[in-house]
Design a protein around this ligand. Structure first.
Ligand code: NAD
Length: 495
């Protein structure tokens, strides 16, 4: 096992069971200290991407016939390997990504929870159904699709790779994974650990950005695209895949709202802590983080006061390896500049920007891609900081006057990933039913309310399809109906 907190880690493309050397490598820096190179990853060529897809297509011929029990047994061994390597993986993830150690452990926790759920459920979810009925007999089977191109983003590089790898393989497909160039190392290591339990060609890993991504999304041998990333990127993918009408699961951006009804108790310190975490976990870089907060005007002032107290208690910005740190740097400079631009724009429009939390290590803060978390008040409902996905450590809090108004504000967004409603439970559920979102949580938000047993995905431009739950396994299959009709001749067709 590599010494993840010391060594420079080198990953290669992994094709048909072998590491494939590449002519050109990119460096991955540590966002908390960009002078430190954590590792190198290859720039996969188009030819190598094609090689990976062809290896997956060849492996599919055998893998699709492998009994489900064997697929599950192999995946369970892979889970054990990940568990045994957890500390090394977490250290590498934290160094390349910038997320604090507890948060990196959290990512492994969620990844394994899902992989185990998928192993436990796969046999029954994929079980073929046989029905004897008035018209004869029907067999409905869930057949594997073929080669899956899995493309993941940088914010949860392991969780959003394993969310695809586990169900795709359990359903009998083979896969070509492309992690994000902003966090490629730990995801590649985890994919290789899993691959070591499977026949050559069943899992292949390529690296790079849009060039390789384009090949994965247009190659005729690819049957399905499983993509998590930005909505703008998804529009390119849809175009590329249209040539051969590929099946797709798209998990995209969000601008998730948290709605605090007048029945919410602002004195509830645990609830205040939960909303702060729902805004700033992983430095706000989560698709399902609460990115705009609406508070009923009758409790608005008291809410803001208590929010600031809770945020100042929980947010400790520092070195991801420091156990006291709750918030690390932004993952990359481009994202930091983007979020800073949104905050500056809000300030210029007259908003009040309040810094939150304490900086534990000023020197590190200045060295890395750090951005002090901020609360933005007095902004307009349609300012960019409110309607755009910030994906960083800032959040606007706005007052609302009545429930109809806040439901409208929620639903007018082009996004609809998750949302949350806080207050008296029945009242909150009534509001939740009227929100256009794939998941709505009551009195909590973001990953604190995530349940891998149920489908996850978005309305509108937040995506197509669902991951997690039984649906997140079946989405890697084609439904195949075999009909044996009792009466073979249709009565209305003349002799
Ligand atoms: P991104 O869209 O920039 O990149 C995602 C992946 O797509 C990367 O691997 C990238 O290399 C690849 N890619 C880029 N151009 C491509 C192309 N033309 N063809 C094929 N692949 C291409 O997203 P990001 O910045 O890595 O991630 C942040 C975004 O992801 C945010 O919008 C966030 O909300 C979203 N996200 C959504 C979910 C969800 O479950 N809905 C989860 C996490 C992140």
């Amino acid at each position: 096992m590599w010494k993840a907190d010391q060594e420079t880690v080198i990953v290669e493309a992994f094709i048909n069971g072998h590491h494939v050397p590449s002519r050109s490598q990119s460096a991955k820096e540590n966002p908390a200290d960009p002078a430190e190179i954590v590792g190198y990853f290859p720039v996969t060529t188009k030819e190598q991407a094609v090689e990976a897809i062809e290896a997956a297509a060849e492996a599919f011929k055998i893998w699709k016939k492998t009994p489900i029990d064997e697929r599950i047994a192999r995946m369970r061994k892979a889970i054990e390997k990940i568990r045994a390597a957890e500390n090394e993986i977490v250290h590498l993830l934290s160094r390349e990504h910038g997320k604090p150690l507890y948060d990196a452990h959290g990512e492994i926790y969620v990844s394994l929870m899902w992989m185990e759920f998928a192993c436990n459920e796969a046999a029954s979810v994929l079980q073929e159904e046989v029905q004897e009925h008035d018209h004869g007999k029907t067999i409905l089977s869930y057949d594997p699709m073929g080669v899956v191109a899995a493309i993941s983003p940088w914010n949860y590089p392991i969780a959003l790779s394993t969310i695809k790898i586990a169900p795709a393989l359990l359903a009998g497909n083979t896969i070509v994974l492309k992690p994000s160039p902003f966090a490629p190392l730990a995801a590649a290591k985890v994919a290789e650990l899993i691959a070591s339990e499977f026949p050559a060609g069943v899992i292949n890993v390529v690296h790079g950005d849009a060039d390789v991504g384009v090949e994965l999304t247009r190659n005729p041998l690819v049957a399905k695209i499983a993509f998590t990333g930005g909505t703008a990127t998804a529009k390119h993918i849809i175009k590329a895949a249209s040539e051969t009408i590929k099946d797709m699961t798209l998990e995209l951006g969000g601008n998730d709202a948290a709605i605090f009804l007048d029945s919410f108790d602002v004195q509830d310190e645990r609830a205040m802590r939960r909303i702060v975490i729902s805004n700033f976990l992983t430095t706000g870089q989560i698709c399902m983080i609460a990115k705009r907060v609406y508070v009923h005007r009758s409790i608005y002032d008291a809410f803001v006061e208590k929010y600031i107290e809770a945020a100042n208690r929980w947010i400790r910005i520092g070195d991801p390896f420091d156990a006291n740190t709750t918030v690390g740097p932004v993952n990359n400079l481009k994202q930091k500049n983007y979020v800073q631009g949104l905050i500056e724009d809000a300030r210029q429009r007259g908003a009040k920007v309040i810094p939150l939390g304490q900086i534990l290590d000023q020197q590190r803060f200045e060295q890395g891609y750090y951005l002090q978390p901020t609360l933005v008040l007095d902004c307009d409902y349609h300012d960019p900081i409110v309607v755009e996905e910030q994906f960083g450590p800032t959040v606007p809090i706005l007052p609302f006057d009545d429930v109809e108004q806040v439901i409208h504000l929620h639903n007018e967004s082009i996004y609809g990933l998750t949302s949350s409603v806080w207050g008296q439970e029945e009242e909150a559920i009534l509001v939740a039913r009227q929100l256009e979102a794939g998941t709505t949580m009551i009195n909590t938000a973001a990953v604190q309310g995530l349940d891998v047993r149920f489908p996850f995905g978005g309305f509108k431009q937040s995506g197509i399809g669902r991951e997690y739950g039984a649906e997140g396994i079946r989405t890697y299959t084609e439904q195949h109906v075999i009909n044996v009709p009792k009466t073979l001749d249709l009565p209305y067709i003349p002799e």
